[in-house]
Ligand binder design. Structure first.
Ligand code: GTP
Ligand code: SPV
Ligand code: MN
Length: 603
């Protein structure tokens, strides 16, 4: 061990888990480059990892075809009372779930090493940072955690003899019997997978999956599900949000935090290269924001992560050049295709498909195959600090003050390009009723419309109705310092299935309108669903956009929205008495505005 562990609770817990899981060895991780390289070399030897000839210090992994994304159906919020988990979470009573999982954990690490990963979410020493310790039998998880979090001796020192940490137990659920050859991506069958959270004791138990948010427990499990429950108790916020600094030509800074569901554009917006002359952007985070009210009464955000676990397909020099430059070296690629030259490739990379490649399942692939070479949820794991647009303040311990909240989703129809909330309560209503078509980031059907409130449907560690109430309470505390709230939809399609809006860097035009709204420099039209830019309010200089597209992007179809009201009522009715009355009032107000539907009044 490269450091001394004085934390008695940690030592006792590691002993207890080692006794339960019966690993062959226990290794305390120090987070060093040497450790990373040693584990990678072992995984290259075992055939699990493929070093990439064309990218320095980078490797490709192929997961088991059954283990390619988060598993919401196997994810549990285990509270004493089911009501505290609420209707949007899977629930099993803690005693019962623990009994089931203890049976699975019994001897589950036989023939493997138990790695102890002390990690910090947030810059070490930041008043907003929190410490976790992940125990895992996956060296792939260790290397990913090296990139995604801050790992090592500094964390153990910060923890001290009696510091608090969140215990995060992870096993791939594939004990290795003596003499049996390992498979390349060991994991357990679906019905044995459990991604379990015990928010009443800040505890995480994950079993059976080695992929992404199921296994890198600092991310969704800790920084969102457990942290959201902590934040509710303690009066702060843990959100599925990117953090972006937008700088106007005059040098004025705006900090934007935006919540879109998985695979709906957070990483892309976080790394935006504004197409509007003079506007610049800096990246602070691409997936999670922890926010607290500062001494000046404003809301300050930090990114608890240290890397990006980004969607690969669709990432190109055309769509996201910053991401392309971020993944040139020191990267872990998972489920991308491998070219004959020893580089990775994916659909939508903006370069022609290779004539031959090895696909994500490890098979020979040619473009005529009729199947994608990369899995739609193929990912890159890359250090944030090597992102060319990373903000000099991305590790500022106090965070950055948020001016603008943006919610959104992926909707081919109806939802306009951008809407501004009338006020905080209405903004919370927009977040609470957010809807999106499902994506490959979860195992399950893709393209199904569902409500995904605040992009937190899969990540809220307590009753979602109480979460709405928490947002209302935070707004009350913030008062005039509350960020302004907007709702966007980059994903409108024509009847022929073409994007109506170019997206990516051109989204800066929408962001500019938001900033101008804050400054009171631009108008808006009052519609039943919120404040919308009029055609002349958006800066579209230099953009070739068909006028009929723009009209469609900014159109509010009252009849369609009227049909949406019963669906919103159904969505809210699942919360029963627990729904804050202020949210119920918002539905009534929306219905009334739609009935009246008085067009065009100036805001
Ligand atoms: P998670 O990591 O799962 O939380 O996803 P994310 O929200 O960070 O999504 P990401 O930015 O990785 O985008 C997912 C997909 O949406 C990619 O294929 C992008 O190319 C695509 N996308 C992102 N922004 C836009 C946009 O403005 N317009 C269009 N048409 N597609 C976009
Ligand atoms: C998401 O699904 O929102 C992700 C990827 O960011 S994962 O870490 O797998 O949850
Ligand atoms: Mn995400």
């Amino acid at each position: 061990m490269a450091y001394e562990v004085k934390n008695a609770r940690l030592v006792a817990w590691v002993d207890e888990i080692a006794g339960l899981c019966q690993p062959e060895a226990v290794h305390w991780c120090d987070g060093s480059r040497e450790e990373y390289d040693r584990l990678m070399a072992q995984m290259v030897d075992s055939g699990m990892a493929e070093p990439l000839q064309q990218r320095r210090h980078s490797h490709l992994f192929r997961s088991d075809p059954s283990d390619v994304a988060r598993v919401e159906a196997r994810t549990y919020i285990s509270t004493t009372s089911q009501d505290d988990a609420g209707p949007t979470n899977n629930w099993v009573a803690p005693d019962e779930l623990k009994k089931t999982m203890l049976a699975l954990y019994d001897g589950c690490m036989k023939g493997r090493t138990l790695y102890v990963i002390p990690f910090s979410m947030g810059p070490i020493g930041s008043p907003m940072a929190k410490i976790g310790v992940e125990l895992t039998d996956s060296p792939y998880v260790v290397c990913n955690m090296h990139i995604m979090t801050r790992v090592g001796a500094d964390v153990v020192a910060e923890l001290g003899p009696d510091g608090e940490f969140v215990p995060c137990l992870h096993s791939i659920g594939a004990p290795l019997e003596p003499g049996v050859a390992d498979v390349k991506w060991p994991c357990a069958p679906m019905e044995q997978k459990y991604i379990s959270h015990f928010p009443e004791e800040n505890l995480i138990w994950s079993y059976g999956s080695g992929y992404g948010g199921n296994a890198l427990l600092g991310k969704k499990c800790f920084a969102l599900r457990i942290a959201s429950a902590m934040a509710h108790r303690e009066g702060w916020m843990a959100e599925h949000m990117l953090i972006l600094r937008l700088i106007s030509p005059e040098g004025k800074r705006y900090h934007i935090a935006a919540a879109f569901p998985s695979a709906c554009g957070k990483t892309n917006l976080a790394m935006i290269q504004p197409t509007l002359p003079g506007w610049r952007a800096e990246t602070l985070g691409d997936d999670i924001a922890w926010m607290k009210i500062g001494p000046d009464g404003r809301l300050y955000a930090i990114n608890p992560e240290a890397g990006f676990f980004g969607v690969a397909p669709g990432t190109s020099y055309g769509s996201n050049p910053v991401a392309m430059d971020t993944v040139r070296e020191n990267v872990i690629f998972t489920n991308c295709a491998l070219t004959d030259e020893g580089d990775i490739w994916w659909e939508g990379m903006g370069v022609p498909a290779p004539r031959h490649a090895i696909d994500w399942k490890g098979r020979d692939w040619t473009p005529d195959r009729g199947e994608p070479a990369a899995h739609p949820n193929a990912r890159f794991t890359a250090p944030a600090q090597q992102c060319p647009s990373i903000s000099p303040d991305w590790e500022a311990p106090q965070g950055v003050p948020i001016d603008i909240f943006v919610f959104g989703g992926r909707r081919a129809g109806m939802v306009p390009l951008v809407t501004e909330a009338f006020d905080w309560d209405h903004g919370v209503f927009l977040g609470a009723t957010a809807s999106s078509e499902t994506t490959a980031a979860n195992i399950g059907a893709v393209g199904n419309l569902r409500r995904d409130p605040f992009a937190m449907q899969p990540f809220c560690g307590y009753n979602m109705a109480d979460y709405f109430g928490h947002w209302l309470a935070m707004g009350d505390r913030l008062g005039p310092n509350a960020p302004r709230i907007f709702y966007v939809n980059w994903f409108r399609k024509s009847p022929e299935g073409k994007w109506l809006w170019p997206g990516y860097g051109e989204n800066s035009r929408v962001l500019k309108w938001m900033c101008a709204r804050i400054e009171g420099k631009v108008g808006a039209e009052r519609t039943p669903i919120g404040l919308l830019p009029r055609v002349g309010d958006l800066d579209l200089s230099g953009l070739q956009l068909a006028p009929e597209n723009l009209v469609e992007l900014l159109r509010v179809d009252s009849a369609m929205w009227q049909a949406e009201v019963p669906d919103i009522e159904r969505h809210f009715s699942q919360f029963g008495d627990r729904l804050p009355p202020r949210m119920a009032a918002q539905v009534d107000q929306l219905a009334a505005r739609l009935r009246e539907s008085q067009p065009v009044a100036q805001a």
